[in-house]
Design a protein around this ligand. Structure first.
Ligand code: UD1
Ligand code: CA
Length: 455
């Protein structure tokens, strides 16, 4: 395999974001922009990946600590050519591809097309034709139609400003070519910067052909300079994800009102209503229906389950045929066996709910194990925390917990046992027994109600 170095520029300040966070760490679909670029880059199997950092260097190092990248420091931002030059000492002897930390949606296919052209006599340049080219470097071609230079907007003469073919900034060449050209860059231009784009004219002068390619869609090469562009790219990316899901047979109430911040896998005939957010790794089994405005994170929802509106589910595994919500909150460690039901205003945490068991209304069940066909009445609370430690509640098969009961853990309620409504259960309950702790009802016949004094 050909040696490949990928250089990702990420030293710019991103002033127009008006943020303390370095621009390339702003997230798109829940992932930093630069991470999108790194993930795409990784798909090209590079020998080395270099990230050129400057503004917010420490934050970037920290954020990318787990990534297999090396950093090149550009202490002062003297232009894109100067930025690439900072990585030059680390480059190998094969090909070099230049990418940008703030151009997150570039696709591997476009980059492969570019790299395929590169050899001693050819370099690759990704260009895009735009209705409004303002701000971009323009691609200057000779009579034969070959790209021979890039002129920056600020250096361009009127005839050049009329050119609509623009520089995306993404280019590929051999390491030898780049190492020849970088030292020749000069900052004698309108911005007083070392322009990477000047290598195009150097290539042309040496008789090296600049092979251009265009991305499938312009959104791929769009850079982010402000929050509005960021939001636009987010929508464009979400639309792509939605399109893929629909191709796979997922029914979306509105593809424009869906947010996936991670990986969502779906079986056949899944239906997702409007306003849902999926984070991390989420798997939805066949026929799962998700109501409006649910948030589901790192969870697996088994086939034929129904999640009603406004439910928030995290690190949960639901086996299938479950009924959840509306307004359920399933916190990490929730395990629902088949046909278990968790209804409105119920919070669960670190709890297994056995097959066919129901927690239908207004309860908190944490650090608990529920057997099969347990019925938890409305307003039941597992008192799992004594102020210092967490304790478990175990409820046997077919147990019935009356409404508004407090189960003071550690405690076990036996199989088939019944807890009377309004009880505070602090001691274990035997199998098949009834436990009630509330005081007996008192009745005073014909009791006269107090009347208001008149004086
Ligand atoms: C650059 C191109 C222009 C192209 C446009 C596409 C040059 C000279 N011009 O212009 O032809 O149409 O991108 O968006 O290359 N950066 C550094 N260090 C620096 C300067 C820039 O890391 O010293 C990084 C920035 O963080 C940014 C990228 O390089 O991610 C592009 O820099 P920017 O200043 O935005 O270049 P443009 O003027 O937009
Ligand atoms: Ca730019």
């Amino acid at each position: 395999m050909q040696d490949l170095d990928i250089v990702i520029l990420a030293a710019g300040k991103g002033t127009r974001m008006r943020s303390q966070t370095p621009k390339v760490l702003h997230t798109l679909a829940g992932k930093p922009m630069v991470q999108h670029v790194l993930d795409t880059a990784a798909g090209l199997n590079p020998t080395r990946t270099h990230v050129v950092i400057g503004h917010g260097a420490e934050q970037l190092r920290e954020a990318l600590a787990e990534s297999a990248v090396s950093f090149a420091i550009q202490a002062e931002q003297k232009g894109t050519g100067h930025a690439v030059a900072q990585a030059q000492p680390q480059l190998g002897s094969g090909n070099v591809l230049v990418l940008y930390g703030d151009v997150p949606l570039i696709r591997r296919e476009s980059l492969n097309a570019l790299l395929a052209q590169v050899d001693e006599q050819h370099m690759g340049l990704l260009t895009v034709t735009l209705d409004d080219p303002s701000g971009y470097g323009r691609i200057v071609r000779n009579e034969a139609g070959d790209a021979v230079a890039i002129v920056e907007q600020k250096d361009a003469v009127p005839a050049q400003l009329a050119i609509t073919e623009c520089n995306t900034g993404i280019m590929a060449m051999t390491s030898a070519q780049l190492k020849r050209w970088l030292p020749q860059l000069s900052a004698e231009n309108a911005q007083g910067e070392y322009y990477l784009t000047d290598v195009i004219a150097m290539a042309a002068k040496e008789g090296i052909k600049v092979c251009t390619a265009q991305p499938a869609t312009a959104v791929e090469v769009e850079g982010v300079n402000n929050r509005a562009q960021m939001a636009r790219l987010e929508r464009a990316y979400q639309q792509q994800l939605a399109d893929k899901l629909m191709e796979q047979g997922v029914a979306l109430a509105d593809p424009a009102r869906l947010d996936i911040r991670g990986k969502l896998t779906c079986g056949h005939d899944v239906f997702i209503d409007v306003g849902c957010v999926f984070e991390g790794e989420v798997a939805l089994g066949e026929g799962v229906r998700i109501g409006p405005y649910c948030v589901i994170k790192n969870s697996t929802i088994g086939a034929e389950s129904v999640i009603e509106s406004h439910s928030v589910i995290e690190a949960t595994v639901a086996a299938g045929m479950n009924q959840i919500g509306p307004y359920a909150r399933l916190r990490p460690g929730t395990r629902l066996a088949v046909k278990a039901k968790v209804g409105n205003f119920v919070e669960t945490k670190n709890t297994e709910v056995g097959e066919g068991s129901k927690i239908n209304h207004l309860s908190y069940v944490g650090d608990a194990h529920l057997g099969k066909n347990v019925n938890i009445g409305a307003g039941t609370i597992t008192c799992n925390y004594d102020g210092a430690n967490k304790h478990r509640t175990v409820i046997g098969d077919d147990a019935f917990i009356g409404s508004n009961s407090a189960l003071v853990a550690p405690v076990t309620v036996g199989k088939g046992a019944t807890v009377g409504a309004g009880s505070t259960i602090a001691k274990d309950v035997s199998d098949q027994a009834l436990a009630v702790t509330r005081s007996r009802q008192l009745e005073k016949a014909g009791w006269p109600r107090p009347v208001k004094k008149t004086n």
